[in-house]
Design a protein around this ligand. Structure first.
Ligand SMILES: Cc1cc2nc3c(=O)[nH]c(=O)nc-3n(C[C@H](O)[C@H](O)[C@H](O)COP(=O)(O)OP(=O)(O)OC[C@H]3O[C@@H](n4cnc5c(N)ncnc54)[C@H](O)[C@@H]3O)c2cc1C
Length: 384
């Protein structure tokens, strides 16, 4: 059952309400490249395409940052969905290290590109129980052995790890900044234009179509809806959050994730606390393309806020969004049909990975650097 409380804002806490909606597509247009999806990945991709001299038309079902990219937890975390030691086991040491290094570099790029939206304050992984403390130790040992930034943490939040190179950001603010920038650079962006068909590289929306020799589908959640051939490889889940009225700023110095990342929270510069999680406690019904909050998960979040975090401030926002999950833990970044490229399925970690995927796919599609997307392939022989 959905949550409906008129006193609570259904928009993400990141929305300052100042954005003027994009026009919708009306008629048939042409460009060198068409991008579907105006989240962080699609917008980074548009920047990369413009940089390569391509003309770009982009469409979104709703507007800039209307999906997970503008409705997420705002964590900028290095690495993959798997913790580093797990990634080493799964992908091999060299590959896991290459991905981790790429994400560290990308966090730096994001901070330089949109400094107003980003705070490089680090992040913490806090163990929920004794066995997770052991797992944190294994992660600590693996990261230190490979020279990656990680410190042991004991403090008010519990025991675990501190990652000094991570950060947090206002994801919607970043999307909107990127959108203004690419518009200024010549990209034509349309909102309220859901794609209802893809014929070759031609994109059909209710108001018109876009014909372009290269098509890029930059959609994380619901990717399998637009490209049904990906249905066995990516699955859409709903992730939910809430936010509170402001507390004394500085109570939570940096983003925290808990219980292997299922729960995550941070305090914003204005003192509000944003908390997400409990996807697994919602059961099978959280595997859905429905992006509205549910009573079950929101009740878990509220209980955790009151009991575990001991925060009694009123809840002002409750929201949800869709994210794509893959069984490999690596996103889909590839040409799925001739001249149709897909990027998505970040398994809840697309803020940094989505930007890397966008850069890789632009290099592969436009510059012919096919090897740039191999970072996202599971190596056939993972060696520890
Ligand atoms: C609640 C929540 C918390 C999260 N927290 C974090 C976090 O802290 N750190 C992290 O790294 N990741 C997090 N994630 C995951 C992360 O937000 C996503 O992986 C990332 O934002 C995906 O961005 P994107 O641009 O690839 O796709 P999306 O944001 O999914 O953008 C896709 C866009 O495509 C549009 N679209 C969809 N279907 C169509 C269609 N048919 N036609 C036209 N347009 C369409 C949508 O409107 C949307 O704007 C979280 C996700 C959620 C939901």
């Amino acid at each position: 059952m959905a949550v409906t409380d008129p006193r609570v804002d259904a928009r993400p806490v990141w929305d300052d309400g100042t954005w003027a909606p994009l026009p919708s597509l009306d008629g048939d247009v042409r460009a060198d490249c068409c991008v579907i999806g105006l989240g962080g990945s699609g917008l980074t991709l548009i920047e990369e395409l413009l940089r390569r001299g391509q003309s770009v038309v982009a469409v979104d079902a709703t507007d800039v940052g209307a999906g997970a990219a503008g409705r997420n937890g705002g964590f900028l975390l290095a690495g993959t969905y798997d913790f580093y030691h797990d990634a080493v086991r799964r992908f091999g040491r060299g590959h896991a290290h290459a991905i981790y290094t790429a994400t560290l570099e990308e966090i730096g790029r994001i901070a330089v590109a949109t400094p107003e939206a980003v705070r490089l304050v680090g992040s913490k992984r806090i163990a929920a129980d004794a066995s997770e403390i052991d797992d944190c130790r294994a992660q600590f040992d693996a990261m230190r052995a490979d020279g990656l930034p990680c410190e042991w943490y004991e403090g008010p939040e519990g025991s675990g790890l501190y990652f000094p190179s991570d950060g947090s950001f206002n994801p919607l603010q970043r999307c909107r900044q990127l959108a203004r920038r690419v518009q200024h650079g010549g990209a034509i962006l349309y909102g309220a234009s859901p794609v209802i068909g893809i014929e070759g590289t031609r994109v059909i929306t209710p108001g018109g179509s876009v014909q372009a020799p290269q098509l890029f589908v930059a959609v994380d959640g619901r990717l399998e809806r637009l490209l049904p051939e990906l249905a066995g490889r990516v699955r859409t889940a709903r992730l939910q959050m809430l936010a509170t009225a402001p507390l004394e700023p500085g109570a939570i110095p940096c983003p925290v994730y808990f219980r292997e990342g299922f729960e995550y929270w941070q305090q914003l510069p204005d003192g509000r606390v944003a908390l997400g999680g409990f996807r697994d406690r919602g059961g099978e019904s959280e595997w859905t393309v429905d992006g509205t909050p549910s009573l079950t998960v929101q009740a878990h979040l509220e209980r955790f806020l009151r009991r575990h975090l001991a925060i009694d401030a009123p809840i002002t926002h409750r929201w949800a969004a869709s994210a794509g999950y893959t069984s490999t833990g690596l996103p889909i970044v590839e040409e799925v049909r001739p001249n149709v490229w897909a990027l998505g399925g970040y398994s809840g970690t697309g803020n940094v990975m989505g930007a890397i995927a966008a850069r890789a796919i632009a290099a592969a599609a436009i510059d012919g650097e096919a090897d740039r997307v191999t970072l996202f392939r599971t190596p056939t022989r993972a060696v520890g």
